[in-house]
Design a protein around this ligand. Sequence first.
Ligand SMILES: [Fe+2]
Length: 131
Amino acid sequence: MKKKKLQFSSGLYTGTGKLTMGEKVTQKLLELLKDLFEDIAIEEMKHAEKIAERLFYLGGTPTTKPTPIIVGGSLEEMIKSNLKAENEAIELYTEIIKLADTEGDSTTRLMFEEIMTNEEEHKHTFTILLK
Ligand SMILES: [Fe+2]
């Protein structure tokens, strides 16, 4: 874990053995953002696991094919990409919540309402980062 952080921030190393104050601040911000992205990714994996378990319980077969992964770009592009994914998830989960309610499946409805709360938090986080 420590090694990863060093690799992530190695682009800021001046080679003189000392970082300027600006470089230190930038390095700290990048480390915080890395941790934030990592925490959100872990939450998304937990969502996927819950959804797969519920789908299996309901008699479905969870897919093993991930959607295409968008890689790279600037930090701003990554945040915009994540914000777009959060908006798409919120839209999809809103439809699922309505359908579950129509079908009288309160367990699925409640599960997606809980997941949606996290997605809205993620959306808020990415929205704030773009300001
Ligand atoms: Fe999310």
